[in-house]
Design a protein around this ligand. Sequence first.
Ligand SMILES: Nc1nc2c(ncn2[C@@H]2O[C@H](COP(=O)(O)OP(=O)(O)OP(=O)(O)O)[C@@H](O)[C@H]2O)c(=O)[nH]1
Ligand SMILES: [Mg+2]
Length: 327
Amino acid sequence: MDINWFPGHMAKALRNIKEHLPMVDVVVETCDARIPRSSRNPALARILADKPQILVFNKADLADPKVTEEWVRYYSRHKLTMVPCNSKNREGFRRVTEEAYKLVAEKLDRIAARGRDNRPLRLMVVGIPNTGKSTLINSMSGRKAAQTSDRPGVTRGPQWVRSKDTKLEWLDMPGVLWPKLETDEQKLSLSATGAIKDQVLPIEEVSFFLFRKLLELYPEYLRERYRLRHMESDPYDIYLEGARMRGCILSGGRVDEQRFAELFLNEFRGGMIGRISLETISAAEAGEDEASVLSQASAEVGTDGVARPENQEDILDSDEDWIHGSY
Ligand SMILES: Nc1nc2c(ncn2[C@@H]2O[C@H](COP(=O)(O)OP(=O)(O)OP(=O)(O)O)[C@@H](O)[C@H]2O)c(=O)[nH]1
Ligand SMILES: [Mg+2]
C-alpha cells in the first residue's frame, strides 16, 4: 500500500514544533481515543524529549469507555500524564490545566520568586491531524480563534490563542503524520478515523476494513444498526447485506459499494454505530501480573482517575515504548 500521506507542510510543521518548544511550558499531545496506538507520532516523542507533557485521549466520547479505562491504567503504570477528554463538551478539561500546573509547579515557583508571577502558562498542542487540537484550544480558551474542520490538515501554521481569563496561552500546531507508517492496518485505521484524507486510500477498502474490525470487536452494534440477519456468513457477504439494507443499490441490482462506504464511514465517525475502540491493550502490554498492575495503577491514578507520572525521566522511558523503527 504505497500512498503519500506526508505532504510538505507536515515536515515544516515538525520544524516549527522544534523551534517553538523553548517558548512553551507544557506540551499537550492529542491522540484519538479510538486508536491510541496508531494515532501517536513517534517523531513527536523524540522532539519533545524531556519537556513536561500531557497526553490527551481526545474524542473519548466516541471511544469505548471500558477500553479507555484500561489505557488510563496502562499509562499510569508507564508514568505518563494521560487525560481522556471530549473537546466538544469540555469533559476532562479542568484536569488538563490542573495537571499542567502540577507538571511545572517548581518552575512557576521560581518565576514567582523573581516577582514575575503573572506570566501566563504557555501550552503547545501537537498531534496527528484531525485529533481535535484546534477544537480543544477553542474550548479551553473560550474563544473561537482556531479554525476547525471534520477534514484533516486544516491548521497550516502555528497560531497563538490567549484564554479569556488571560491565564493561559495556547499554541495551535498543524497535525503531523510521519513518512513511514508501520502497517496497512495502521494506515486503514488512520483513514477510518479521518486522520488521513479520504482521497489517499480507496474508500471502499477503508470501509470494508472497518466493517470487518467491527464484526470482530462489536458485532452486536453492527447487527442492530444495519439490521443484519446472517451474521454467520462470510464477512464480505455480511457487508453487502448491510449495504442492501441501507438501500445502496445500483440500477440492475448491484450493490453501490462507494455509497455504502461513505455512509458507513460517516456513521462511524459521527459515533452513530456506538462507542467504539479499535485498539485495545495487548496481552503483552497488559503485563505479566495483572493483579499487581491493577493495584499499583489504582494507587497511582488516585481518586480523580488521572494517570500521573512521578517525574519526567520516567516519561522519557515510557515514550521509548512508542518508537518503533526509524524516522
Ligand atoms: N466527537 C468529538 N469530536 C471532536 C472532538 N474534538 C474535535 N472533534 C471534531 O474533530 C474534527 C477535527 O477537529 P479539529 O479541531 O479541526 O482537529 P485538529 O487536530 O485541529 O486538525 P488539524 O488542524 O487538521 O490537524 C472536527 O470535526 C471537530 O468537531 C471530541 O472530543 N469529540
Ligand atoms: Mg487544527
